[in-house]
Design a protein around this ligand. Sequence first.
Ligand SMILES: C[S@@+](CC[C@H](N)C(=O)[O-])C[C@H]1O[C@@H](n2cnc3c(N)ncnc32)[C@H](O)[C@@H]1O
Length: 422
Amino acid sequence: MEVKQVLRMNGGNGETSYAKNSQLQNIMISQNRPITEAAIVDFYCTTFSHSISIADLGCSSGPNTLMFAWEIIEAIQKVCSISGRPLPEFRFFLNDLPGNDFNTIFKSLPEFHMKLMNVKGIGNGGCFIAGVPGTFYGRLFPSKSLDFVHSSSSLHWLSRVPPELDSEADTPLNKGKIYISKTSPSCVLNAYLVQFQKDFSLFLKSRSKEVVAGGRMVLSFLGRLTADPTTEESCHHWELLAHAINEMVLEGLLEKEKVDSFNAPYYSPSPEELESVIQGEGSFVLNRLQLYEVDWYPTYSDNIIQTESTDTAEKQNSMGGNYVAKTIRAVVESMLQNHFGEGIMDDLFRSSTKLQGREGNMELLTSILDENNPPDLINSLTPQKNTALHIAVAFGHEQIVREMIDREPSLISQPVTTRARD
Ligand SMILES: C[S@@+](CC[C@H](N)C(=O)[O-])C[C@H]1O[C@@H](n2cnc3c(N)ncnc32)[C@H](O)[C@@H]1O
């Protein structure tokens, strides 16, 4: 499956659109802002050129697309006002796959130009914006035409499902799963890694032809902290989605073969895997590699979800689950529709909302614990040093707490320390 034929964020401005459900990606752009600003200012201060060409790769549509352009202009404007220089001419190139909703971006441009004029005094001739449809795994721009490349929340998408796992492959290797999981055989892990290495290397090679000498790139995407690609941090949301899909198989709404033949064209690399491709490809020097932890669930103080102080923890959890499920739906719906059919999407995401809601799903807990080695999983710690029991207690899931203690009583037994008498 080639991604360019099936991956498309939900367009328009409706309830399930990417435009309305991309706050998480917006937070990621904001977290990265100091790095983006430092890189663009650093580049500009070494050239003070009359024009600056900037590409945003995987721009999608919605508020995030032009927010990035605005921030770049602000950063350069600050430098120019301090140094008394005139603003350079801004040339923005917004790239995405051809199926992207470029129309919605183009329709929002007059308002953006008006705001540039009113707030920044940048009028006709100060800022040009063009759409560039095509895959970033290949050439998109003329040689040496870009000063700065930015990409946010996009490069974790591969160019295709690894060929061994493609729906056309003879034998399904990753049965019942839709991405790498704890139970995936090592050939699945390897197939994903090899596809990532090929793709990212081609990405760097293509950009090396397009970026001027001394130009910069700031790339941010989902990755993982540890070497193990099966860790929860990189597989959790795919695991929940697979569970929701498998529930539909049990209900007779989907054929099992349909699940076995689907795998996501996605990979979240480790820092070592990234560095190794950058070094191996050899066109770019890595100045900085920064890891952020992303909290998928909004904190109730950040105004993403409107809750009342009187709302119960259960209600807040369910609103959080709804938010995460909508974030995921806006991104993956077109791809899932292409494979599983349009008819099941509402049911699938209803079920996914329940799973994402941290509602304490007993059925999910028992199926995971029966499948894995229970003591290992029950005793494992999250990066914040919590066990599953800590989390279940914090969320008040009494039934789950009881099940875990029944399975692993040592979780609450006091360690007895003895000392020999003097
Ligand atoms: C989650 S969106 C991120 C959009 C935006 N950068 C943001 O931060 O909100 C990922 C985008 O990457 C695009 N994308 C994925 N693979 C791509 C490729 N090979 N070439 C160009 N765009 C791609 C998708 O179509 C999608 O619009």
